[in-house]
Design a protein around this ligand. Sequence first.
Ligand code: 5GP
Length: 123
Amino acid sequence: MAETIFDKIINREIPAEIIFEDDQVLAFKDINPQAPTHFLVIPKKQIATINDIEPEDAALIGQLYLAAASIAKQLGVAESGYRTVMNCNPDGGQTVYHIHLHVLAGKPMGWPPYQNTMKQQLP
Ligand code: 5GP
């Protein structure tokens, strides 16, 4: 599988603002934040997209959410709330092909996120 920029962050080949690490998971601030708090939680294992998650990865995916909730609590945004997003492939908006959970917080977010674009496409 092709190496991505996130492998370079895992291997400390490029810098990142790392906020959590254990043997399976890494979390760091997004370089182009879309909310006052925006960090990414990734598995150290290379998994390109949600479509490539295997049954054996089920616990690992759970670890991403446990880390996200724990970090949100540490950053003081757990009670006000946050959004988690994992994009898949081009229509999902994925640009880095190493799965990552976006965690966005610090402002109220609208729902659905695609409201305006969908309206334009309706007949
Ligand atoms: P995607 O579009 O694949 O769901 O999200 C990729 C995310 O990775 C984007 O929000 C982008 O800002 C972030 N990103 C891309 N390259 C880097 C980088 O080198 N460092 C950090 N910290 N974030 C990155």
